[in-house]
Design a protein around this ligand. Structure first.
Ligand code: BES
Ligand code: MN
Ligand code: MN
Length: 457
């Protein structure tokens, strides 16, 4: 029987080239200009699943982008793994900051540079190749189902409808996702939680039209200045979120849990150096790991108003806007936080302006079990392929659908990500290490093997 490593070694080039083909599709779900490309990406994924050996492969239409489904059911007595991933990517802007074009994957220094290289094409495609490997070497030890969606980066609204309508088809013992990060290749880790999200847009309107900033400036409030002040007031002197009730439902960690999370390797000098910042900033009384993994936050994702073109134009803008997100932790609810924010933001608006708050998408926080058969299988798989036991960490990002799998399907998730925080997700020059790609393809079959073994005990 061929070993995992041998199979990967013999098929290395092809496995990489197929990922490159996948990365060449500009599958930006947020921008309708890419609609045809997103649809072609779904077809490509379906074709690759079929070639790898999946049955009943279907590009399932939704009101938005389709969900690619495929399965291999070998024995109803064996456990079933549902693999989830997403073939859509974030917009590549700002384009001029990319060293090589975002949709022409380029290798530099052993890393693949492309939008989606890590989030999530490089990561979900490892599962397709690991599945091919298990089929070709006749080692698939359990049933496997794939659900690869095309709207993760825009909130997965249609996936939740699909999940509710396909409960039987999606029935499984665990959801397996590679769409998160590890601490480093030297310090493999498993994320055991994800933050939730409440995302809103705010618009502040002053005068009914743009004004000459000399003729009117000084006599009429400038909405950009007012918005800046309102936003600045959303954090207090300890960098806590200054919205009444914001922390009411936050589950505080025990001292033991905090100590465990803080035991993970962390080099503050390196962290600062990588980002080119002199000092870090955050909620007083918490470490960096706690701030990003276990504490709720509020961020401005974009802010605009007035003239932002070339040169100078003297104008007092009529409107100013911002996109604001809040990351949530157990037991906060995105609906409640959205409501608290909306009430508060309206309340702090001075009489010079009108305020409009529009909610975008949301998602609930999750904590995944660390005592389950599936988690233990992931621990064993990583320990074997990395030669080191994985460190449990809490992820700062959000995959809103994870809470939904639990609520609708009653299935818990294992987050076995192989990315790195430094892979520049959502940023120019996103990358994924070729080493991580192959390492993932080698580790995934071990997960299935141990999951089947431990489930049988
Ligand atoms: N894969 C990320 C989430 C992630 C990244 C989790 C790194 C943990 C570590 C996912 O594609 C993502 O970007 N999610 C969005 C939310 C979504 C609703 C747009 C996020 O976290 O901002
Ligand atoms: Mn992702
Ligand atoms: Mn993402």
């Amino acid at each position: 029987m061929q070993t995992i490593k041998q199979y990967v070694e013999q098929n290395k080039e092809r496995m990489l080239n197929e990922l490159f083909d996948l990365l060449r599709f500009p599958s930006v779900s947020a921008d309708p200009a890419f609609k045809a490309d997103v649809l072609k990406t779904a077809d490509y994924v379906a074709e690759k699943l079929r070639q790898a050996g999946a049955d009943n492969v279907e590009v399932c239409p939704t009101a938005g982008y389709p969900i690619v489904y495929g399965e291999k059911l070998i024995d109803p007595a064996k456990p079933t793994v549902l693999v989830y991933g997403h073939y859509d990517v974030q917009p590549a802007d700002p384009l001029d900051l990319w060293k090589t074009p975002p949709f022409e994957p380029t290798v530099r220094d052993g890393k693949i540079y492309a939008r989606g290289a890590c989030d999530d094409k490089g990561q979900f495609y490892m599962h397709v190749k690991a599945f091919e490997l298990m089929m070709q070497t006749d080692t698939l030890p359990c049933n496997i189902k794939f659900m690869i969606e095309g709207e993760e980066e825009v909130g997965s609204a249609n996936l939740s409808i699909f999940v509710k309508a396909n409960k039987e088809r999606l029935a499984a013992d665990v959801v397996l996702i590679s769409d998160t990060s590890m601490i480093s290749m030297e310090h493999p880790s498993l994320e055991t939680g994800l933050r939730g999200l409440a995302y809103l847009e705010v618009e502040v309107t002053g005068p009914n039209r743009d004004l000459h900033s000399g003729v009117y400036g000084g006599a009429v409030a400038n909405p950009a200045t007012i918005l800046a002040k309102m936003i600045a007031s959303l954090h207090d002197d300890n960098n806590k979120v200054n919205i009444p009730g914001f922390y009411d439902d936050v589950l505080e960690l025990t001292d033991t849990e905090r100590a465990e999370l803080n035991a993970a390797p962390y080099d503050e000098q390196e962290y600062k150096k990588d980002l080119d910042v002199v000092e870090l900033w955050g909620e007083k009384g918490y470490s960096t790991f706690e701030r990003t993994g276990t504490r709720p936050t509020l961020e401005v994702n974009g802010i605009w108003g007035g003239y932002i073109g070339e040169g100078a134009k003297t104008v007092l803008p009529s409107k100013a806007s911002a996109k604001i997100s809040m990351r949530l932790v157990p037991n906060q609810s995105s609906e409640k936080i959205t409501q608290l924010f909306t009430e508060h933001f309206n309340k702090i608006a001075p009489p010079y302006v009108k305020v409009k708050v529009t909610p975008h998408h949301g998602g609930e926080p999750v904590v995944t079990p660390t005592d389950s058969v599936a988690y233990r299988a992931a621990q064993k798989a990583i320990t074997e392929s990395f030669g080191k036991a994985p460190i449990p960490t809490r992820g700062g990002g959000s995959i809103p659908i994870v809470a939904l799998f639990e609520a609708e399907l009653g299935i818990k998730t294992v987050l076995m990500g192989f990315g790195l925080d430094s892979d520049a997700l959502h940023s120019p020059n996103e990358k994924y290490d070729i080493f991580n790609y192959y390492k993932g393809i080698e580790t995934i079959p071990l997960f299935h093997k141990y999951f089947a073994e431990l489930s049988g005990e």
